[in-house]
Design a protein around this ligand. Sequence first.
Ligand SMILES: [Zn+2]
Ligand SMILES: [Zn+2]
Length: 304
Amino acid sequence: MIDVLLLGTSGMHPTSDRWLSSVLLRCDGDLILFDCGEGTQIPWRRSHWGFRRLTTICLSHWHADHIVGLPGVLFSVANARRTEPVTLYGPRGVAPIVAGLRVIVPDLPFDLNVIELDDGDAFTLAAAMTGHVLLGQHGLPSLAYRLDLARARRFDRDRAEALQVPRRHWRNLQHGQDVTWDKGSATPNDVLSPPRRGISFGFVTDTRPLPGHVSLVHDVDLLICEGTYGDPGDNHKANERGHMTFAEAATLARDARVRALWLTHFSPALQDPSAWLPEATARFSPTTLGYSGLTTRLSFAADE
Ligand SMILES: [Zn+2]
Ligand SMILES: [Zn+2]
């Protein structure tokens, strides 16, 4: 399962009631942070999820509202006595910027490994978790992310016994290895269920909607997407500044057949996002307006 916690929902700068847009995921106790604007650690502290288990940071891009909180978060992770490495992913060109921010937190008790990703790259976060990115359209390199948590195929004991597979080989078959023994052989397909749907998550911000986003986040359980502007009259601003309106985010969610959409990264000028929610729900009804502290649990389907 994956727990999702929306830390903040503001774009450009925080407001008196909205922190900057960032998201925290928790899987097997480990934490994955998406974007890290100024003050990210404040709503994070309120969550009581702790800092020590932060394994991964995924940055969309290096505009200030997505990266300035990094030194403070790294300091808090250090203060929580983490010693294991942390991996930071971001678009090509992010490494010298992170190095610049590191000047003010030079001594960390853990290694910070910075990995620059190109359009279409895939990466591995944990044994069963993979990521994919797509380069957006925002005036500077900006990445949209998809994460997938794979689900193991079910092991059919009855079938293994019928095939007289020795028990010492069961684990190998579960791990996808062919086995042979003195009286026979078996392959994983002989004893494992068909592949099962895993859990998937998408994070798309600070970009115009592109056709590639539809395939990137196809069928994800939850898409967190920017809706910088609500008023359709602000379409030209979204176009000029490399952002999306509520209607565009909802159209992406609908076209990608995602299961649920949370809107975030609201323009500070958007004082009451709920006034424009119908712009999204008219196109994609399972849309929720993001707020700091909004949380959900994404679980494997019960009936598979
Ligand atoms: Zn932004
Ligand atoms: Zn930006």
